[in-house]
Design a protein around this ligand. Structure first.
Ligand code: SIN
Length: 207
C-alpha cells in the first residue's frame, strides 16, 4: 500500500464489514458489539469531527479526555473527505500509554447510534473507554476507533505527505482541509494542545 492511498477491498478478518458495492461498512459489527438498553443514555467521546460537527441530538455535552490514546490522521476517508479513488485522511486513535486525548463527551440515547454508525461506517468500531471530565468526575463511555486492521487504515506517513494528501482531497462531506482546520480550531477552543494536529495545520497553511 502506498503512503497516500488505501485499498478498501480487504475485509477485516472475521468481520462482515464490506457492503454489496464493495465499500467498507461497520454498521452490522457495531450493532452486535454492545447490548445497549433503549432507555439508558450513554456517553460518547468525540475526538475528531464529532467535536465540531454535531449533527445529532444529545442530552448533555462536556469536555472530556481519555488516557492512553493519541489522535492521528492515519485513517483513510473514502466516503466523507475523499473518494474511493482518492481517499482523504481523517483521525483515529492509536494506543499510546503516555498520551492523553482531549475531546467532547455527549450523553446520548442509544437510538442516536443509528445515525452515527452510518457516519462512522468506513472502518470505525465502537469501544468502551473511561472518560475523565475536567472537574475530576469519571464515567464509562463509547468511542469510535478505526483500528490498524481495518481496510481503510492508511497508517503513518511523513508530515509533508500527509499535509499534501489533506490539501488535495475532497469528498461528499467537503474538503479534507476543512476537516483539519475545523478540528484544530475546535481543539484550541477546548484549550487542548495537540502537536500532531497543529503541525499538520501549520504545514497546510504554510506549505
Ligand atoms: C470522532 O470524531 O470521534 C471520530 C472520528 C471522526 O468522525 O472524525
Amino acid at each position: 500500500m502506498s503512503e497516500c492511498t488505501g485499498s478498501i477491498t480487504r475485509p477485516r478478518e472475521g468481520a462482515d464489514d464490506i457492503d454489496q458495492a464493495g465499500h467498507l461498512d461497520t454498521r452490522g459489527e457495531n450493532r452486535r458489539r454492545h447490548a445497549l438498553q433503549p432507555d439508558t443514555p450513554v456517553w460518547l467521546f468525540g475526538y475528531g469531527s464529532l467535536i465540531y460537527k454535531v449533527d445529532f441530538p444529545y442530552l448533555e455535552c462536556r469536555p472530556a479526555r481519555i488516557h492512553g490514546w493519541a489522535r492521528r490522521f492515519w485513517q483513510g476517508s473514502h466516503d466523507h473527505r475523499g473518494t474511493p479513488d482518492k481517499p482523504g485522511r481523517v483521525v483515529t486513535l492509536i494506543e499510546s500509554p503516555q498520551a492523553e486525548c482531549v475531546g467532547m463527551a455527549y450523553r446520548i440515547t442509544p437510538d442516536v447510534f443509528d445515525h452515527l454508525d452510518v457516519r462512522e461506517k468506513n472502518g470505525y468500531l465502537r469501544f468502551t473507554t473511561a472518560l475523565h471530565f475536567n472537574d475530576g468526575d469519571q464515567a464509562d463511555g463509547l468511542v469510535y476507533i478505526a483500528t490498524a486492521d481495518n481496510a481503510a487504515f492508511l497508517g503513518p506517513a511523513p508530515y509533508p505527505a500527509m499535509a499534501r494528501q489533506i490539501a488535495d482531497s475532497r469528498g461528499p462531506s467537503g474538503h479534507n482541509r476543512d476537516y483539519l482546520l475545523q478540528l484544530a480550531e475546535a481543539l484550541r477552543k477546548l484549550g487542548a494542545h495537540d502537536e500532531h494536529v497543529f503541525t499538520l495545520e501549520q504545514m497546510l497553511l504554510d506549505p
